[in-house]
Write a protein that binds this ligand. Sequence first.
Ligand code: UT7
Length: 333
Amino acid sequence: MVKALRRVKISGLGTHVPPHVLTNADLEKMVETTDEWILQRTGIRERHIVEPGQGASDIAEPAARAALAEAGLAPADIGFIVVGTTTPDTIFPSTACRLQAKIGATRAWGYDLGAACSGFTYSLTAGWSMVATGAVEHALVVGADVMSSIIDYTDRATCILFGDGAGAVVLSPAGDDEPGVIDFMHEIDGNGGDALCMPAGGSRKPASHETVDQRLHYVKQDGQTVFKFAVKKNEEMALRMLERNQLSGTDLDLYCSHQANRRIIEATAARLGLGPDKFILNLDRYGNTTAATIPLALADARAEGRLKRGDLVMLASVGAGFTAGSVLLRWSL
Ligand code: UT7
């Protein structure tokens, strides 16, 4: 249970997707697939893809600047930066360092956080702890992924799923009567490690001619194993989170899940008794942007008038690792 020294709220939200769009029709020309199959099995219509040479920090920067602007803060007001990413600009230095330099956050320290599709829920919790404990006054929490850099566009099982994007929130202290973060719950299960991974490029299998020839620098996924785990874990964690806060599904104003597959989100929503007005689906426009899906979904829910100050919101994620996360909050913007 969260026992904050001081309460924490989201004081700004910003997102960015690169302009170039890759549609299902484009993919039909690249691999043996159809728009109908992709839409039916996943709910995805199109995704955004960076220009060659762009990294995670390049798409994180505009998202971070927009979040800071909404919070009414200057970069130098930020004490801590955490970037949830599976596709950092480089293994080192961190994308957090690159972003810190780009925006001129001269008083911040920070790091990258590797939790794949749970990158945003985990990073939000890391940022929360810095502000809650008073270690810093304001934290910048980013989810940014350039999935196109690790996707094999000859593999129809994975290339249809992912897109590039970034989202950022600023976390600040909340007054006693203000809405803010209520609770969080996270789990990892390393036994699922091989079901979704990039086999080479790390210390165990460094890059070599052989690893390139064997196409080991790309995402490999056992889709059905991940699908089954995601449905089961999403439901189980959501129910546990509600129960320990003496809430039921119908108390939620918005269920904002990681966007990997429409069927996974709808299964959990049905289990919680939530109608289509109570959960957000926007993967039709972005695909799975890994650590960026949740802030992108929050931004779209807000733009559609479905997210208002004081609303009870559950964020939820399941991803490679396996990782799983849930954050309960009252919307504060
Ligand atoms: O973000 C975190 C983690 N990721 C996820 O949460 C993803 C979880 N998994 C999924 O969303 C789904 O498993 C997929 C969308 C990846 C796949 O859907 P599925 O319903 O599990 O399909 P499948 O893998 O069982 O494949 C069914 C059939 C196969 O053909 P056969 O063996 O039945 O003849 C595949 O070869 O569909 C075929 N297939 C395709 N057909 C057309 C696989 N990919 C494609 C494709 N186009 N792109």
